[in-house]
Design a protein around this ligand. Structure first.
Ligand code: ADP
Length: 398
């Protein structure tokens, strides 16, 4: 059986697995959802059957069940050659992916205060795979690492310096694996090297962020200390006036409740009062539902403002790149956003945009546009697989 690389992505109540061969072709994927709840379930991509999970199944149990399915189906030998884990927060400790050992585990634990919903579940995935495959090299690939190159002027908040020094209060940025992928893909499509490409990359999924990448290095991004800052997202507000907390305290709403609402009941969901799903919002807006159109308008305008803001970090721009479920699939959102940026010289070709750049190597700008605009499907799993192989040093690099 072939050598394989296993990629593990533990979310707060979900687990995604992807299996790659040593040339980094994807062999299989699996998803477990509603973990910790009575109706936990799982399925393996390509297999036409549900995988039973015990009610309340943990990440650990789901991972072991799904790995056993991979093995029983003949997709994977008794052990993979390397395992790569997505880890959300690497703080200032990790500027790049790391081979997992006791020190790395302790450092990920130390960063858990910065990502209390994410790092502990990421660690549970790491511990489960270490228990199952104790002799296999495993890598941690951090969402924050790519943004560790931000200059001080971009990562510092204008708050007392001791907050940064004593508690690490600063902007970290997230989705780094996706932004790095977009930059290197844009480089290859535009005939440049990853070290010379300068792009603005917009990752628009349920979570949304934007980055300015100058000569291959992240120099600004919209998410901050936590993934709440910046763009309008599915259920997250993005930027609000921090004075909101005191104002709402006066209305009897405690800070932890405001925090919960800003994370879980705001963004597209909060504005529309209907859904956090952009596709459904577009349908609702088409049927005359005004709050849904308003949610779309706020989303696109905020995004356009941030694209303008990212220009301040660049000396030239090779391309604006869209990715994520919304960025890749919604011609409407791209068009409404670019509409605000005429003054900067961005212009789309309606035809290329409507085809998501499918027949033009991702290019969707008009002949008159000052800058190329690209749609590039992101592939964070592939980056994690490559990093795991590189660090394990055992597989053929592609
Ligand atoms: P996640 O961040 O959970 O990985 P995705 O990257 O899959 O999320 O993006 C999910 C978002 O993409 C949803 O809001 C979904 O409605 C949106 N989306 C997917 N396809 C389309 C489409 N054709 N038009 C508009 N939005 C879309």
């Amino acid at each position: 059986m072939e050598d394989t690389v296993l990629v593990v992505n533990c979310g707060s109540s979900s687990l995604k697995l992807a299996l790659f061969d040593c040339q980094h072709n994807k062999l299989a994927s699996a998803l477990a959802e509603r973990l910790g709840q009575n109706d936990a379930f799982a399925h393996v991509g390509g297999l036409d059957k549900a995988i039973p999970l015990d009610p309340g199944a943990s990440h650990d149990q789901a991972l072991n069940t799904l790995v056993t399915v991979f093995q029983d189906e003949g997709l994977m030998a008794s052990a993979p050659t390397a395992v790569g884990h997505r880890v959300v927060h690497g703080g200032e400790t990790f500027r790049e992916a790391a081979l997992i050992d006791d020190d790395v585990i302790t450092a990920i634990e130390d960063c858990a205060g910065l990502a209390p919903l994410h790092n502990p579940v990421n660690l549970s995935g790491i511990r489960a795979t270490l228990a199952r495959f104790p002799d296999v090299p495993q890598a941690a690939v951090f969402d924050t690492a790519f943004h560790q190159t931000l200059p001080k002027r971009a990562y510092l908040y204008a708050v007392p310096e001791a907050w940064y020094r004593d508690w690490g209060v600063r902007r970290y940025g997230f989705h780094g694996t996706s932004h790095a992928f977009m930059a290197s893909e844009a480089a290859s499509r535009l005939g440049k090297t990853p070290a010379t490409i300068s792009v603005i990359s917009a990752h628009l999924g349920n979570g949304c962020s934007i980055a300015a990448i100058r000569d291959g290095i992240s120099v600004d991004t919209s998410m901050g200390l936590t993934p709440l800052e910046g763009l309008v997202m599915g259920t997250r507000s993005g930027d609000v006036d921090p004075g909101l907390f005191d104002f709402l305290r006066g209305k009897g709403i405690a800070a932890d409740e405001v925090h919960r609402v800003l994370n879980q009941e705001s963004g597209l969901l909060g504005l529309s009062g209907q859904t956090n799903d952009m596709r459904s919002l577009c349908e609702l807006a088409d049927h005359g539902h005004e709050p849904s159109q308003t949610a779309i308008d706020v989303f696109c305008f905020r995004l356009a403002r941030y694209i303008g803001a990212m220009m301040a970090s660049l000396s030239h721009l090779d391309a604006l790149v869209f990715t994520g479920g919304i960025g890749e699939n919604s011609a409407r959102i791209r068009a409404e956003t670019i509409h605000h940026l005429k003054l900067m010289g961005f212009e789309l070709s309606p035809d290329l945009n409507n085809h998501h750049g499918e027949f033009s190597d991702g290019r969707i700008e008009s002949a008159d546009s000052r800058f190329p605009v690209l749609v590039i499907p992101t592939n964070e799993e592939l980056v994690i697989a490559r990093e795991a192989s590189r660090l394990a040093g055992a597989l053929t690099p592609d």
